[in-house]
Design a protein around this ligand. Structure first.
Ligand code: ATP
Length: 297
């Protein structure tokens, strides 16, 4: 179990503000906009940055001041940080070689982890020749082979195209029995993977708990971040709006995504975002019906 208590880190322009949360053997996704401080938080847990205040415990042990190599933490940074002058096998085996594990045991473990992540065919390859998705799997294998007590993932799919992203997400879903702390700005990824969800804005963890929050935001800040419309302190999801002909609002913009359209409507002097499959055009006069509205605190 990972427990973070009152963690803070201050620079002139940025503050990580008293972050507290805990996760057990579950997949936790922390989501937030760029620059919110997600990577700083992850680096504090990995031991790469030292927090100014606060405490980090892993399975009951205070690791706040331990160097990275003394924490049993698997960390996959955003750029993967593979060793460019070693092949895939040596990259994956690196942590075990440093720990002077015997050769047969290393071979067995590399075989096991590379089968798990479908990269057995790449073991002899030079890492410089790998695609982004392949590099990602090698970085994951390198972290997982050490049987870490926690896996830390910094935007693991940000550099990948949609198809490869889906494949990696399938692999990530297979990781069980250890806590995973995954940071991203991708809401779809949070919805697919997160058992627990943290919402991080401007150095602050404004919400932490069950994934229910993604469909039922509790306050305006969370609702806005999740893309809900807000009218009279009620949150309305764009997919919960039915558009019909009328005179209450006017369509300002339409973006056609093929399967659905994203429509911006000037509705009683508020700009409303709706998703629809109907045929709407800029300038159409419309009425709106809200299928569901959530009261905010
Ligand atoms: N070593 C540092 N010294 C000073 N400021 C830093 C340092 N590292 C990070 N910051 C600042 O902390 C803030 C948060 O950065 P961080 O990388 O955690 O954001 P993020 O939420 O991970 O964003 P992104 O999704 O873009 O990676 C930024 O304003 C960044 O410039």
């Amino acid at each position: 179990m990972l427990k973070v208590e009152n963690l803070s880190k201050n620079w002139k322009e940025f503050k990580l503000k008293n972050i507290s949360f805990e996760i057990g053997k579950e997949y936790c996704v922390i989501i937030g906009p760029s620059g919110a401080g997600k990577s700083v938080l992850l680096k504090c847990v990995a031991g790469i940055l030292k927090p100014d205040n606060g405490e980090i415990t892993l399975n009951g042990e205070d690791i706040t001041n331990l160097p990275p190599e003394k924490r049993n933490v698997g960390y996959v940074p955003q750029n993967y940080a593979l060793f460019p002058n070693k092949n895939v096998y040596k990259n994956i085996a690196y942590g075990l070689i440093v720990r002077k594990i015997n050769k047969c045991e290393i071979e067995r473990k590399v075989k096991e982890i590379s089968e798990f992540l479908n990269i057995s065919h790449l073991l002899d390859r030079d890492v410089k020749t790998l695609s982004g998705g392949e590099q990602q799997r090698v970085a994951l294998a390198r972290a997982l082979i050490l049987n870490p007590d926690i896996l830390l993932l910094d935007e693991p799919t940000s550099a990948l195209d949609t198809k490869i992203k889906e494949n990696i997400i399938t692999e990530l879903k297979k990781i069980k029995n250890i806590p995973v702390l995954h940071i991203t700005h991708d809401l779809a990824e949070a919805r697919t993977l997160g058992e627990k969800i943290g919402i991080f804005i401007n150095g602050e963890l404004i919400s932490f708990g069950s994934k229910k929050i993604l469909k039922h935001p509790t306050n305006k800040k969370i609702a806005e971040f999740l893309g809900f419309n807000i009218i009279n302190n009620m949150a309305i999801a764009p997919e919960d709006i039915i558009i019909s002909k009328g005179d209450e609002g006017e369509v300002l913009n339409v973006i056609d995504y093929g399967l659905y359209k994203k429509v911006l409507i000037n509705y009683k002097s508020t700009i409303i975002k709706a998703y629809t499959q109907k045929d709407v055009k800029i300038g159409d006069k419309v009425n709106l019906h809200f299928k569901s509205m959530l009261k905010l605190n």
